[in-house]
Design a protein around this ligand. Sequence first.
Ligand code: 3HC
Ligand code: NAI
Length: 710
Amino acid sequence: MAGDEGQGVRVEDEDGIRILEIDRPPVNALGHGLRAALAAAVAAAAASPGVRALVIAAAGRSFPAGADIREFGRPPQPPLLTEVLCAIESFPRPVVAALHGTALGGGLELALAAHYRVALATTRLGFPEVTLGILPGAGGTQRTPRITGAAAALRLMRTGQPVGAAEAEALGLLDLVVPAPGPGESPTAAARRAGTAFARGILAEGLGPRPTRERREGFADPAAYAEAVRAARADPPPAHLPAAGRITDCVEAALLLPFEAGLALERAGSEDLVATEAAQGLRHAFLSERRAAHVPGIEGVAPRTLEVLGVVGGGLMGAGIAAALLSAGLGVVLLERDGEALDRGLARVAEIKERAVARGRLTEAARAAEWSRLIGTTDMEALAGVDLAIEAVFEDFDLKARVFRDLDRIMRPGAVIATNTSYLDVDALAAATGRPADILGLHFFSPAHVMRLLEVVVGRATAPAVAATGFALARRLGKVAVRAGVTDGFIGNRILATWRTAMDFLVEDGASPYAVDAALRDFGFSLGPYAVADLAGLEIAWARRQRLASARDPSHRTVAIADRLCERGWFGQKTGRGWYRHDQGRRGAEDPEVLALIAEERARKGILPRAVDPAEIVARALAAMVNEGARILAEGIALRPSDIDVVMVHGYGYPRWRGGPMRTADHGGLLALRRNLLAWAADEPELWTPAPLILDLVKNGRDFASLDAG
Ligand code: 3HC
Ligand code: NAI
């Protein structure tokens, strides 16, 4: 990055051992300024005869967590990491890497270029490059298998999953693992101390450099090596995610080619992959998730303390939310309206935990500990002492307002009240209480203990500390939080409503809901919108349509097919029937009765069904999402386009490798989007009239990404 030349490496000498301490907060990412500083420090050490050994350690929370992702896709600035690492590997005296925190990607490659590696027991090591659509591009594909063999190297690099220090030691990647320090010493200092002591030991034993490129342990069994490569090839990733295949090629080459030729192959793979749509989309997703955590007005504001939380309503959402809170170590008071409903709610939580135990994700002992932190009650007074209550009762404004008034009366001053409403007006709910500054929306997604998204809905009166508390809770739950303003459906459900309208029009015009779901699955969605509706329950959107019916312009087209399903009590999975049949043993079977009902609706309106191809389904779905997204941006409901992308990826199954709908629109070009919108608006202006923001961006030659910086 500009302005950091020569910075980021502290140099100290201790009895002939030169310690290079990397210091580039927050995670010591190996950006070009740091690479240059490291290269210069290594060259200076090589030229100093008094330096008998080199220790490379890192300040702050971690050994480098990788290359600087923000630099990807820009012209590479010398020195390349791979060159710096080759200089380290050919250092004429021993080099020890001292690891703590997360040694990931280029950070692990840096460690592998050293001659010896020492780590704190708490260190995590891994190659997450594949999750960014690329491969380890600084020698990782060549050095790792020389130590571990092909099977372990391929597992590390193709899954991207990090391993702990003990496993890394067993694989030969670490020479020594030392216990994490007690409270008196920082991990940085402890790792550095361990590295320096190790270097002293090496010097005392008279050991010299041990370049990884010269190691052969991993090649000891060439047949097993070849078999691991063959097995990886037999399990190819989808065509749009080519990184794992290129990793396999490089690992195969490590055995077959000289080291330098292997590095060249890796370099070529790296350059090809970084430019792919998947790599662009995946890094957009990574950076967008981090950007979403930066909310003007609440950065640096201390959140309120959270220890025990209340959950009101133990239905589908309340039970999932309670389960998530328990997993995060919080205490939970679950309130239901009567004993029977409470039993059902507690049984739902128990079932979630039972599944976690059955899948090996939770031990029996941990489950017992979690259960001891859960209180079920039908007495609202039990919420008097909680720090924050999340309301998840039926989607009915009057009911929710009543619950809010009761909570306001009972809960202690300073405690926060949140609603999990899907669509309702958080400001109006806040106004029902005497503490509007303590109110916010915490919009979880179903199933709440699984889905990583949390929309933090900040109302007109919400205090910054209360909004900050929402973000702190998300972090504690391991969720990705996005700030949303108050509007019907916030960010995600408002976009979903428009997108569903577009799909409903297509269904009425001739597509089947199953064809719509299939086209969007082929595009990369984990589920199509009709399958999602069945999962979430059709009654919530039905209630919304009824609520909005009186305000609707009668000249606007409405599609009543979903109403017809709801009138039959077909609310989706929870009732056994919805758009799909869920009551015949098979999951989500297509339902001829639904198709007949659609045909009846078409006939009632005199619509002659037309053929709709998958490309049109995808184009209309995307255009609807992006057009509504642009309106939401202009209204300040979403802070930036990338926040919308995070919502759609984490809440609605939008393919992560495409980055999100706003990014897809940028990729396809806003001019093409504008053309489609204008063409469709001729027939259905209320749905397709282009948002003024899109027209502005096109006019000024800009894209959505240009608005992300703010
Ligand atoms: N490049 C640039 N910035 C990075 C970064 C990276 N590799 N890793 C983390 N950051 C930044 C984040 O953007 C965030 O910035 P902000 O404070 O301005 O928002 C900050 O560091 C903290 O990140 P998190 O909020 O994610 O902190 P956590 O403590 O939750 O997680 C982490 C820390 C596990 C290191 C996580 O950030 C992570 O997984 N980082 C990415 C690791 C990675 O993918 N490395 C491989 C990069 S590719 C590579 O190395 C190619 C090589 O082979 C040549
Ligand atoms: P649900 O019908 O499964 O559960 C609602 C629960 O609230 C029931 O168990 C009911 O007994 C209980 N309840 C009703 N009145 C109560 C009261 N006065 N006190 C205590 N408990 C009471 O509904 P679901 O799906 O869990 O939805 C709950 C809320 O979450 C709604 O506002 C909904 O819009 C929202 N939501 C739903 C999502 C979904 O996918 N289903 C996703 C995100 C939000």
